[in-house]
Ligand binder design. Sequence first.
Ligand code: SF4
Ligand code: SF4
Length: 168
Amino acid sequence: MLITDLCVGCTRCVPYCPSGAISIGKDKKAHIDRNKCVECSVCYNNANCPVNAIQPEELEWPRSVREVFATVYKEHKQTNVPGRGTEEMKTNDVTGRFRPGEVGFSVDMGRPGVGVDLKDVEKLTMALAKVGVEFEPLNPLTFLMSDKKTGKLRDSTVPDLETASSVM
Ligand code: SF4
Ligand code: SF4
C-alpha cells in the first residue's frame, strides 16, 4: 500500500518496481497502478522510502493470489510450499513424487518483471489437460483449479485478470 499523502515525490521507489506499476503523478507524488502491481513487495523491501509511505497490506482473496505467486518468501497456505511453488518440482529426489516409469515436467510462466495473467495460464492448463497431463496435487496452481480434469481455474481468479509471476 502506498500512502500518497506521505509521499514526498523523491522517485526512489519508481525504478524498483519490476512491473512498472509506480509512477509520479501530476501532484508530484507516487501512485501505484493496481492492475499492473503484482504485490511482490519489492518496493517495500528495497526502495527504502524516506518517509515510510510504502507499507505492507493485508490482502484479501482474490487479490492475495498475486502476492503468494509473486513474493518469494510467501508460503502457500494450502501446500506450505514457499517460493512461488517450484519446491515440489525441485525436491523430487527426497519427495519421490515421480515414480519409476513416470515423467514429470514443469512449465514456468512469467518471472518477476514479466509476470503472466492467469487467463493465459488457464489456456495452457486446459490445453495440457486435453492431452492427458495430470497436475501435481501439491502445486499451488492446482489449488486454483475448479476442475483438475480440464485444467479450468476458478472463475473468481481469472475474470479479475489476477497476475502471477507464476509457476506450475
Ligand atoms: S520512495 Fe517514498 S517518498 Fe519517494 S516517491 Fe516513493 S513513495 Fe514517494
Ligand atoms: S508491490 Fe511490486 S509490483 Fe507492486 S508496486 Fe511494489 S514493486 Fe511494483
